[in-house]
Ligand binder design. Structure first.
Ligand code: NAD
Length: 343
């Protein structure tokens, strides 16, 4: 019996999660809910996803656009075991009462406060914390990237970790956000990302600061970590990242100087090896961007904000419904289905 999954909110995250759920042999995508008729709603219909009207959406607008709808959100929830909420920040909390009334489990996204769900989740870092839960929150893109890296660094003991997040100003499809010129510091210091990582790894001694820059491609983290039991060389660190699922490490000869080449690589890769899309769901590192000086480790990592949380949503479902004996089995199944690194 497959777990029946609904996706409520079909924007940047929701449409990617729906595509990923549709690729899993132990999950069934029973429908997606959208507030407005749009090119994305049309694509849902073209992909054969039953389309439902979410929130205050008007079914007549969908009818006028020639888009058939199967009902409203409560109808979709009635056909599902679990809903993935991918509505805008804070709207997930408003939706929670609807999910509880329908008696379905729920996975929320990182735009919600941590107490929206029973636990926060990131597959490599705390898969087991999700086991059997009725609600989970998949942490944000930046927090997911840090939690994954922390899972690798744990073997050497983290004494202190400072990271500056160089954040993209907007997603590529967003035309109303900025800045389009300028660098905007985040004056909340440390930024909220450190506390957010500690919803998963409570003892991690991390402090985060952030600036927003005019790019849409990816975030970049500038990391400085003091290790308790440092390895002998940076090569060992690189090897550990390479050996871990969901890490993509570029060698110097590949000519990947920054995020533009990473996304060009993703476009080239799309369609090959069953890769789900021109997305980069892995943490991206540069071999030449990993430096070890005694116990001081420096490394850059890039985070594709639109997609890094997609495999985590799939694993969150496997943890909740105990569909995999451990994280390794779940991660391997998810990654194979999406064609991402180590698959
Ligand atoms: P988005 O704006 O691209 O998509 C949200 C979708 O939900 C839109 O299609 C919108 O029309 C729809 N919607 C609005 N009100 C709704 C309602 N009441 N019910 C259902 N749907 C409704 O937003 P997004 O970037 O996909 O973000 C979704 C969540 O994922 C947020 O919590 C966000 O913080 C988190 N997140 C976003 C990113 C990112 O970089 N885009 C990365 C990680 C996590």
């Amino acid at each position: 019996m497959k777990v029946r999954v609904a996706v409520n909110g079909f924007g940047t995250i929701g449409k990617r999660v729906a595509d990923a759920v549709a690729r899993q042999s132990d999950l069934e995508l029973v429908g997606v809910a959208k507030t407005r008729a749009s090119f994305e709603a049309r694509r849902a219909v073209e992909r054969g996803y039953p389309l439902y009207v979410a929130g205050s959406g008007d079914p007549q607008r969908f009818a006028d656009a020639g888009l058939p709808v199967a009902g409203r959100l409560p109808d979709l929830l009635g056909r599902a075991d679990v809903v993935i909420d991918a509505a805008p920040e804070d709207v997930g909390r408003e939706n929670r009462a609807l999910y509880q009334a329908a008696g379905v489990r729920a996975v929320y996204q990182g735009g919600e406060a941590a107490d929206v769900a029973e636990a926060s989740f990131s597959a490599l870092a705390n898969f087991d914390a999700g086991r059997g839960k009725r609600s989970l929150r998949v942490v944000s893109c930046n927090t997911t990237g840090i939690a994954r890296a922390a899972s690798v660094l744990a073997r050497w003991g983290v004494e202190r970790w400072d990271v500056t997040l160089v954040r993209r100003a907007a997603d590529p499809a967003e035309s109303k956000r900025g800045p389009i010129n300028g660098i905007v510091p985040t004056f909340e210091m440390p930024s909220h990302h450190g506390p957010d990582v500690r919803t998963i790894l409570p003892d991690l001694p991390i402090a985060t600061t952030a600036v927003v820059v005019p790019t849409t491609l990816m975030h970049v983290h500038v990391n400085h970590v003091r290790l308790r039991r440092p390895p002998a060389s940076a090569a060992e660190v690189v090897a550990a990242f390479r050996a871990t699922p969901r890490f993509l490490v570029f060698a110097p000869w590949e000519g990947v100087d920054g995020t533009p080449q990473v996304m060009e690589f993703a476009r080239d890769r799309a369609g090959e090896r069953g890769t789900a899309s021109a997305d980069v769901m892995e943490n991206v590192l540069w071999e030449r961007g990993v430096r070890l000086t005694g116990s001081e480790l420096y490394f850059f990592q890039a985070i594709h904000q639109e997609s890094i949380v997609v495999p985590e949503n799939v694993d969150a479902l496997r943890a909740m419904f105990e569909l995999a004996p451990n994280k390794d089995v779940s991660i391997a199944a998810t990654d194979r289905s999406l064609g991402i690194a180590h698959a």
